[in-house]
Design a protein around this ligand. Structure first.
Ligand SMILES: Nc1nc2c(ncn2[C@@H]2O[C@H](COP(=O)(O)OP(=O)(O)OP(=O)(O)O)[C@@H](O)[C@H]2O)c(=O)[nH]1
Ligand SMILES: [Mg+2]
Length: 474
């Protein structure tokens, strides 16, 4: 399916895809190699102008590397020794001709090669424009284009797997199947709308209802997977909260397996917020060690406590730490008020020392939250704590690979909710014996929402919002 831009927005300029775009596709900085990518009808002529092959080669073999130099034609000077690969359309990332110049990865070299490409007629690519072209040319649907950015940003194995699943078209395939089933139902209905004298056979009507119900049920499962998907894709922020000296910094260190934060027996050691990213069974967790909360002794500590409270209030999740070797006191109780309503796990630390805290009281106070006994000093119970954090966020077992389709993108969830609502209305209509016109209307609305989801009917505005999140060169 080849989408022309005019079908997406009548206002878009005529065929911007005719332009050849270029960008540096590797990060800025020094590296072994760096890549300048050119895509569009002039990719080959531009590559020919810039490139001088080492061996006498009058032509490029598509999808093969060629060794040579990039020459600045104005000065006649060589810029860099490179490998160049020309990929002729359509078997390319954008489905257009692509030239990739693999230079040495120096900021100046790459900038220079890019400038030469622009001088020869390419224009600078916008963020995500290569991927956008792949979408506009119909090589991938919108959910797959979105997966590209998730793949690049993936921080854990699980977030990578979710992105890969989507990039390979898992969502796209499911949507295509649902679409086909809805079109079947719709055509049956339309036939009866056109010839009302012929009633739909009760069997056909029952089958149609059953089919719609199955689809609604399936979509519900995907919608419900969103909370989990979001946690894996975006990660969570988690503040370690507790009064001074309970062992917050010790816990951060033991979780990170490095001496990241200063630990001393003096209460009020941590002043600033210390932040590190931790991978808890595939969940990227932004962990924050904060100043112990108590009546501050000086203005520095006062600022520390203010920051601690702010972070606790803003975080998605709280790890409340109590000192098991001391009875609960007013400092603890003040923190309980701060974290009211937060999703949390309670860690009772220092279980290597005699127990002085009242476990009953803690369990009554936090009846809805997991309470885990640990020793940050002796590295006891840390896995239990990680499991408890995981289970508070994800309803299924700790497993590396999600076996079902996970919806991790709010845009997808919103579109699926729309589809589900329309189809629920349709099934209810069939149940109540409401006119077929009404039911057909709901199914058409569901199909439209599906079209938005995969990008068939997405507006230029929606596309811009999606692709502006990409890096330049992708
Ligand atoms: N026995 C025992 N001591 C611990 C344990 N965890 C931490 N400590 C000790 O408790 C003291 C305070 O530890 P920190 O990790 O600095 O406590 P904190 O909560 O970060 O303290 P502030 O930064 O002052 O709020 C240090 O002497 C630690 O060695 C534990 O599990 N068992
Ligand atoms: Mg500390």
């Amino acid at each position: 399916m080849n989408r022309s831009t005019s079908s997406i927005s009548p206002k878009s300029p005529p065929n911007p895809e005719e332009e050849t775009i270029a960008a540096i596709s590797t990060p800025f900085g020094e590296s072994g190699i760096g890549i300048v990518r050119i895509s569009g009808p002039s990719a080959e002529p531009i590559a020919r102008k810039l490139f001088r092959p080492k061996r006498d080669q009058s032509y490029f073999i598509s999808h093969h590397f060629h060794f040579g130099e990039i020459i600045d034609n104005q000065s006649g000077n060589p810029v860099d020794e490179v490998l160049i690969v020309l990929m002729k359309s359509p078997k390319t990332y954008t489905r257009e001709d692509i030239a990739e110049i693999h230079c040495h990865g120096g900021y100046f070299i790459l900038q220079k090669v890019l400038e030469l490409a622009l001088r020869e007629g390419a224009r600078l690519a916008r963020p995500g424009e290569f991927t956008k072209r792949a979408f506009l040319k119909g090589r991938i649907d919108l959910t797959q284009a979105e997966a590209v950015i998730d793949l690049i940003k993936a921080k854990t194995q699980t977030s990578l797997e979710i992105a890969t699943q989507q990039l390979r078209g898992a969502l796209h395939r499911e949507m295509t199947q649902i679409k086909a089933r809805l079109i079947d139902s719709l055509s049956l209905m339309e036939a009866h709308i056109d010839f009302p004298e012929e009633e739909i056979e009760p069997i056909a009507s029952r089958k149609m209802r059953k089919d719609l119900e199955t689809i609604v049920h399936q979509i519900d499962e995907w919608i419900n997977s969103y909370e989990e998907g979001k946690v894996f894709r975006e990660g969570i922020s988690c503040a370690i909260a507790g009064k001074t000296n309970v062992g917050k910094s010790s816990l951060l260190n033991v979780l990170l397996k490095e001496e990241r934060a200063i630990v001393t027996p003096i209460p009020g050691t941590t002043r600033d917020v210390i932040e590190e990213v931790l991978n808890i069974y595939g969940i990227p967790v932004r962990l924050m060690d904060t100043a112990g909360m108590r009546k501050p002794a000086d203005s520095i500590e006062q600022e520390g406590v203010r920051r601690a409270k702010e972070r606790v209030a803003d975080s998605d999740f709280v790890l409340l730490m109590l000192d098991g070797s001391r009875a609960l006191d007013d400092d603890d109780r003040e923190i309980f008020a701060e974290i009211k309503g937060k999703k949390k796990v309670v860690a009772i630390n220092k279980n290597d020392l005699p127990l002085r805290i009242s476990l009953e009281e803690v369990k009554i106070l936090f009846s809805k939250d997991p309470v885990i006994s640990i020793s940050a000093l002796k590295n006891n119970g840390i896995d239990d704590l990680k499991q408890a954090i995981y289970s508070s966020l994800i309803r299924r077992e700790v497993r590396a690979t999600p076996e079902h389709l996970i919806v991790a993108n709010i845009r997808h969830k919103t579109a699926l909710t729309q589809v589900r609502d329309n189809l629920s209305n349709a099934t209810k209509g069939l149940e109540d014996g409401i006119s077929l016109e009404f039911i057909a209307f709901e199914i058409r609305a569901a199909l439209e929402a599906l079209g938005d989801l995969v990008g068939e009917t997405a507006t230029e505005e929606v596309l811009d919002r999606i692709f502006e999140k990409f890096c330049i060169g992708k």
